[in-house]
Design a protein around this ligand. Structure first.
Ligand SMILES: [Mg+2]
Length: 305
């Protein structure tokens, strides 16, 4: 894992909360007391704050609703444009961080060509536009695992096998009753393949290189311009996103968990729709409390059940 870059005290992020109205918390995520996500009717402060952000976005369940099959997700027509505009406003410091492969991300989000950490960081594209992939030995191991899985799940149309440059995923959303069987199949396929392990997501099991996760992907981006020295925000919905939340929060930024469930993230967005609102809010010059209120809640202030 790359060394985590230090953030000096004078650039440390100040995260505060304010009560917007009786029942709604509006987040104030800021640096040097210049708030960004929300706040008072002060365009200067809001705009300055946005320019300090580095934004990392998961794809499935965060930017798009999860579909029955991974190839059936529906991308809102305005999403690529929103991402391109936000990337420009952030000086390029926006990256998609996903378990999907790079070509799949590009096929869904075209014409947007932001930085991407695909397959949990084992392949992707830098903000400069140059792409990167796994070492040849990792790619060969991933291919071996995929071929093993393909021979086992052949003839079961409810299971979806996904091949990536440095990983392989087995989706069982179409047959959740097969979860235990899929886990056994995946563990068998990975057994004996050096340097690979199994991680679990929402109705998916994935074989990927040990030590490669969304947190290491974020830390790698944060060492280089245009991300370096910015306030990192990670938005995601699944267990694999917890590594991303931990990374951004260790760097003085924030994590935003989408939907219900235990999390180490400091903030929560209720839905994909609320994520879109938040992204449009970062683009908007409308900084009125009414526009921004209600997009996020503070996880620490939630009622424990
Ligand atoms: Mg997700």
């Amino acid at each position: 894992m790359p060394a985590v870059p230090a953030i000096s005290a004078d650039r440390r992020v100040d995260i505060a909360m304010t009560r917007r109205n009786r029942n709604t918390w509006g987040p104030l995520v800021g640096m040097d007391n210049h708030f960004i996500a929300v706040a008072e009717k002060d365009d200067r402060m809001c705009n300055r704050g946005v320019s300090y952000l580095a934004v990392f976005l998961d794809f499935d369940g965060t930017l798009v609703e999860i579909a029955e099959r991974p190839d059936l997700v529906i991308v809102p027509p305005d999403l690529p444009t929103t991402l391109m505009q936000l990337e420009q406003r952030l000086g390029g410091a926006l990256a998609i961080v996903t378990g999907r492969s790079l070509d799949v991300v590009d096929s869904f989000l075209t014409p947007a060509r932001t930085a991407v950490a695909a397959a949990h960081g084992s392949e992707g594209r830098l903000s400069s536009g140059s792409s990167f992939g796994p070492p040849a030995v990792v790619a060969a191991s991933a291919r071996q695992i995929y071929e093993t899985l393909a021979s086992v799940v052949e003839g079961e149309p409810r299971l979806v096998l996904e091949q990536k440059a440095g990983a392989a995923a087995l989706h069982f959303r179409g047959a959740p009753e097969l979860e235990d069987k899929c886990r056994a199949i995946m563990n068998d396929a990975v057994a004996g393949v050096e340097g690979f392990g199994v991680v679990e997501g929402k109705c998916v099991l994935e074989a990927r290189p040990v030590g490669t996760d969304k947190g290491t992907a974020v830390c790698a981006f944060m060492q280089e311009p245009p991300f370096r020295n910015r306030t990192p925000i990670f938005i995601g919905d699944d267990r694999t996103d917890e590594d991303g939340f931990a990374a951004t929060q260790s760097l003085g930024g924030a994590g935003i968990k989408v939907g219900p469930g235990a999390t180490c993230a400091e903030f929560r967005a209720a839905s994909v729709t609320d994520v879109h609102r938040l992204l449009r809010g970062w683009l908007s010059d409308d900084v009125s409390p009414d526009f921004h209120a209600g997009h996020l809640t503070h996880v620490g202030s939630e009622m424990k059940t």
